[in-house]
Design a protein around this ligand. Structure first.
Ligand code: HEC
Length: 106
C-alpha cells in the first residue's frame, strides 16, 4: 500500500515537473526554424519588419510576455497576423515570446 502511494505521488510529481520544465532542445530548434521561416515571411528574415512589424527586443520592450504569447496563439483578428494555436502550445508561444524579448535576432 505504502509503495503504491509512493508510486502515485512520483507519477504526479513527474507530471508537474513536465508541465513547467523547459522545452526539449529538439522542439526549441523546431520553433526557431518556424520563427525564421514562417514568422520571418511577414516579420522579415531578421525579424526587422516587413508586412508585420519588427519583432526586435527593443521594439517589444514595452510588451509583457503574456501579451506577446497571447498575440502569437490567437493572432490579431482583422490583421494579417494569423493564430498559431494549431501549431503551438501556450508554453511554446511563451518560450518564443521570451526569445524575442531577449533579442533572438541579434
Ligand atoms: C501573414 C503574415 C504574418 C505571419 C506569418 C506572422 N505574423 Fe505576426 N504579425 C503580423 C502583422 C501584420 C502584425 C501586426 C498586427 C497589428 O496590426 O496589430 C503582427 C503582429 C505580431 C506580434 C505583435 C507585435 C506588436 O508590435 O504588437 C507578434 C509578437 C507577432 N506578430 C509574432 C509572430 C510570430 C511569433 C509569428 C510566427 C509564429 C508570426 N508573428 C507570424 C503578420 C504576420
Amino acid at each position: 500500500m505504502r509503495s503504491i502511494v509512493a508510486a502515485i505521488s512520483t507519477l504526479l510529481l513527474a507530471g508537474a515537473v513536465q508541465a513547467t520544465s523547459p522545452l526539449p532542445a529538439e522542439r526549441q530548434a523546431e520553433l526557431l526554424y518556424l520563427l525564421k521561416h514562417d514568422c520571418g515571411s511577414c516579420h522579415g528574415m531578421r525579424l526587422e519588419g516587413g508586412l508585420g512589424p519588427a519583432l526586435t527586443a527593443e521594439r517589444l520592450a514595452p510588451y509583457g510576455i503574456d501579451f506577446l504569447a497571447l498575440t502569437i496563439v490567437q493572432g490579431r483578428p482583422g490583421t494579417p497576423m494569423p493564430p498559431w494555436r494549431p501549431f503551438l502550445t501556450e508554453q511554446e508561444a511563451r518560450w518564443l515570446a521570451r526569445q524575442l524579448k531577449q533579442g533572438i535576432n541579434q
